[in-house]
Design a protein around this ligand. Structure first.
Ligand SMILES: Nc1ncnc2c1ncn2[C@@H]1O[C@H](COP(=O)(O)OP(=O)(O)O)[C@@H](O)[C@H]1O
Ligand SMILES: CC(=O)N[C@@H](CCC(=O)OP(=O)(O)O)C(=O)O
Length: 286
């Protein structure tokens, strides 16, 4: 049964690659930041498939950067420890006990799982967080949220060093505070700030829907900044899609060339987006 599934995966990948072949040089030398959210992660097989796509991207000349989430995994660990947590406007209210668990789960469990998956597929990944090499220094977002941080000062030089060595950075959304604090940063926010610091060619926000939908439920292939503002104002974009699209707007303002919101659970989502003429998900440009 397992072998059959694996064969099916490879057939799907081969089909994708066949469609992608004419465009494989499209992103040579480009920086592509991929936000891999907790809901997009799936089981070990899905993780391996994601890792294979990232390694393939690198083989055709892309500098990939992974920024991961892990909200569901944090919830599981907090539950096991009997620590209650709640969200306000998509951000977890984070006290001192919670931030310790968030850092352990993201930097330890989730980050290393992704690193190991990429390395098993033949890549060379390293795990780091916003604390490493002053990558993402944060200020407190709002005292009511506790140790939740907003990126304040970015230094992406460590990432450029890693690109030169062919190493794939896998970044946990944990920030250092100016006064030695540890901050919990929303994964989308961190990915947007890192993509802007790198002036990335693409930011891919992997989630659990095919893209941004209009009022009738159709996925929109392309959106402008203005139409996003209108759709937030009239309620078409709601819930978790608000911080995601707001991140996209900030990233574009910060110099990212394009942001795509797409379904990370779909087979070969990143490859299809980058290398086929139809792409995947919703593309947002300035
Ligand atoms: N206009 C919209 N188009 C698509 N999804 C939307 C829209 N408005 C709200 N959503 C919701 O946003 C969710 C994605 O946000 P979220 O659950 O926070 O994602 P993630 O956990 O991947 O970061 C979708 O599953 C969907 O329920
Ligand atoms: C401040 C804040 O809310 N931080 C998030 C960080 C993880 C995250 O963003 O994970 P997903 O991308 O899987 O949702 C949290 O504590 O859940």
């Amino acid at each position: 049964m397992k072998t059959q599934n694996m064969n099916r995966d490879w057939i799907a990948t081969a089909r994708t690659l066949n469609q992608a072949l004419p465009n494989l040089q499209r992103y040579t030398g480009a920086i592509v930041v991929v936000k891999f959210g907790g809901h997009a992660m799936g089981d070990d097989a899905a993780m391996d498939e994601f890792a294979r796509d990232i390694v393939l991207m690198q083989m055709v000349g892309v500098n990939p950067v992974i920024v991961h989430g892990g909200g569901p995994m944090i919830n599981e660990k907090l539950d096991a420890l009997g620590i209650k947590s709640e969200f306000v406007n998509g951000k977890r209210v984070t006290d001192a006990a919670t931030v310790e668990v968030v850092e352990m789960v993201l930097s330890g469990l989730v980050g290393k799982r992704i690193v190991q998956a990429i390395n098993r597929q033949g890549g060379k990944a390293v795990g780091l967080s916003g604390k490493d090499a002053n990558l993402m220094v944060c200020k407190q977002t709002n005292p009511d949220l506790g140790f939740v941080g907003t990126p304040d000062k970015m230094d992406a030089s460590i990432l450029r060093d890693l690109f030169e060595k062919g190493t794939i950075p896998v970044i946990a959304p944990i920030g250092a505070g100016h006064n030695g604090e540890t901050f919990n940063v929303n994964g989308d926010t961190a990915a947007g700030a890192i993509a802007a610091a790198l002036k990335a060619d693409r930011l891919l926000l992997l989630t659990d829907v095919e893209g941004v939908k209009n009022k009738s439920g159709d996925v929109l292939t392309e959106l402008t900044s203005q139409s996003i503002r209108d759709m937030i104002a009239d309620g078409t974009i709601a819930g978790g899609m608000i911080p995601k699209t707001e991140t996209a707007l900030l990233a574009i303002d910060g110099g990212v060339r394009g942001v795509v919101i797409l379904d990370g659970r779909a087979p070969n989502a990143c490859l299809l987006e980058l290398y086929t003429s139809h792409g995947a998900g919703t593309l947002i440009r300035g």
